[in-house]
Design a protein around this ligand. Structure first.
Ligand SMILES: [Ca+2]
Length: 588
């Protein structure tokens, strides 16, 4: 830990994991320093040849490059890809692996990022000039699947998907995979998102709790009283009136969990969510942003606002501005997601080693337990042209990333070769034709592995190399007396995926008690959404802010609900229910 280079390396790799493994797919990393990549490439080529030879010996069909099948591919790039030597998108560690191991030569006829990709995709669809394989946004995927333009990959998936790939994709019980089916036939593989990690936690300055002789709140009344104490009782003991009660940022209507300073955890205390579609007891899916619990939540926020517990500037503060306040010791209580120990909280303890933070389950304003909302966001679907004669190629390609990166058999070498090179920051995983972290299980799995290693039930050698990286830092932090001032990275990992970390609360409180509620709509925008949603979102956000700040009465919420329904919300609700029934009809 005294080695600064080692620390920097861990930090880089770890931060990427925080954003990717638990926040979104497509990036991963490995520990080590194969700068330049040539030695890694050589090792990989040799390894791949051995793999191919093994496969042949085992009577499998890895055919080598001589009789490779050639397939065209349309792929959305991140736009941040960097290459080693003469490599490019058509010739890199992944394309060589597909060729050598699978006998599949990919030709990226379209490979672009951002709007450029969208334009090329639109052109390709309009001119009916689709490549063999493609990755598609939800809307285009849905259109093409319904139009009969995509291959039915049901049999390919059943036959060729590895156990690990199936385990990864179906970890949610097959819900996200069901969204890729039409009439029971599978037309694509969704790139999954980390729904578990999108829930809110309550983040509290525990040194302030101690200073004031208080405990963490267990219900909404206690939370409000704590906010009052943090505002008015000089929790930092500096004799100045310089702290807020509870930190909020400006984006209220978002399913992307604006964090820190999210409102979703507060709303959830009233059984409401700003952006969720929730299935009711009547079997209907309803928009929770218009339910009566929300009216009560907003009325309560208005009282807190009037009592001075909320920064009157919150309506113009984004997450960055709120993070600055947290870092500067102005805020000791807020709602935020699992990644908080990486950002503002860590920055705060680096500024003030006396500061400390702990996450707690959100609290309820009613007799029902508070249930945090989670959101699924499928960024794209991988699909095959209906005219392609090798639909199984997509599934075989999808297996590769799982084997090299996410398998328990992954090694430092495969992580280095197919993930991030921490020395250069080059993320080889960005080239993968199909990259998907097992986002749903990854942090769950790592938390449990790290816990088992800390408790001596397993050894560090037996756990996943990526989990081992966290374990070593956490173990060192504990062994050295948990000195956060000397080891803020140790504190960071400990509070993230260690014994008192965010994942401890998510797994041992939220998940163990079946508290997580999932927003059930994650399909392509419905027709009425395309027409009306942006104006409805604006109406909703303005109404909420106005009620909180007192420029509109809480009772005006009822009028907002009526307007929301008549301005397209009612039609959207019908369409969401139709999508839900069609998508999950045979799962019920
Ligand atoms: Ca003070």
């Amino acid at each position: 830990m005294k080695n600064k280079k080692y620390l920097a390396l861990l930090l880089t790799a770890g931060m990427i994991m925080s954003m990717s493994a638990c926040g979104g797919p497509g990036q991963t990393q490995g520990k080590g320093a194969n700068a330049g990549g040539s030695s890694a490439d050589e090792a990989q080529t040799q390894g791949a040849q051995e793999d191919a030879a093994d496969a042949k010996a085992a009577g499998q069909e890895a055919s080598g490059s001589r009789d490779a099948i050639e397939l065209t591919y349309m792929h959305k790039l991140n736009g941040t890809e960097k290459y080693v030597g003469d490599d490019d998108i058509n010739n890199n560690v992944y394309t060589r692996c597909y060729l050598d191991d699978l006998g599949i030569k990919l030709n990226y006829t379209i490979a672009a990022a951002g709007d450029d990709y969208t334009q090329k995709l639109t052109m390709a669809i309009a001119s009916n000039d689709l490549p063999d394989l493609m990755d598609l946004p939800a809307e285009e995927f849905s259109e093409l699947a319904h139009a009969g333009m995509l291959a039915d990959i049901t049999e390919s998936y059943d036959t060729y998907a590895s156990d690990l790939l199936k385990e990864t994709i179906e970890a949610d019980g097959g819900i996200q995979l069901a969204s890729a089916k039409v009439d029971g036939k599978l037309y694509g593989i969704p790139q999954l998102s980390a729904a578990d990690g999108t829930c809110d936690l309550l983040w509290i300055r525990t040194d302030w709790l101690e200073n004031l002789g208080r405990k963490a709140p267990t219900n909404m009344d206690e939370l409000i009283e704590l906010a009052r104490a943090f505002r008015y009782d000089d929790p930092d003991g500096n004799g100045q009136d310089d702290t807020w009660g509870i930190g909020f940022q400006k984006d209220i209507v978002t399913e992307n969990g604006a964090s820190p300073g999210s409102f979703e955890g507060f709303f959830a205390g009233y059984g409401a969510y700003a952006r969720a579609w929730v299935k009711g007891e009547d079997g209907r899916v309803a928009y929770s942003g218009i339910n009566q619990g929300m009216k009560e939540a907003l009325a309560q926020l208005n009282r807190m606002y009037q009592d001075g517990l909320i920064d009157p500037e919150f309506g113009v503060k984004d997450t960055v501005k709120l993070s600055e306040d947290i870092s500067a010791g102005k805020v000791g209580l807020f709602y935020g997601q699992e990644g908080m120990p990486w950002g503002a909280c860590k920055s705060n303890i680096e500024n003030d080693p006396e500061a400390d933070w702990q996450c707690y389950p959100i609290v309820s304003a009613t007799s029902e337990p508070a249930k945090p909302i989670t959101y699924v966001r499928i960024s794209r679907y991988y699909a095959v042209n209906a005219k392609c004669e090798n639909p199984e190629a997509l599934v075989k390609i999808a297996n590769v990333f799982q084997d090299k990166i996410n398998s328990l058999d992954a090694t430092e070498e495969t992580l280095n070769t197919f993930g991030v090179d921490p020395a250069t920051g080059i993320n080889f995983a960005e080239y993968a034709a199909f990259a998907m972290d097992p986002a749903i299980q990854k942090c769950n799995t790592y938390y449990k592995e790290i816990k088992a290693a800390l408790e001596g039930e397993t050894t560090v050698e037996e756990i996943h190399p990526e989990a081992a990286r966290y374990y070593k830092v956490i173990k060192n932090f504990i062994d050295n007396g948990m000195d956060k001032g000397a080891d803020s990275l140790g504190w960071n990992y400990y509070k993230f995926i260690g014994p008192e970390g965010s994942w401890n609360t998510i797994i041992n409180d939220y998940k163990a008690n079946d508290k997580l509620v999932q927003s059930v709509f994650f399909g392509a925008p419905t027709p009425a959404m395309s027409t009306n949603l942006s104006s409805l979102d604006k109406l909703q956000a303005e109404t909420y802010v106005n009620i909180i700040m007192g420029t509109q009465s809480a009772d005006s919420f009822d009028e907002y609900v009526t307007n929301w329904k008549s301005l397209g919300g009612g039609q959207i609700t019908e369409e969401v229910n139709e999508w839900y029934t069609t998508t999950f009809g045979d799962m019920q």
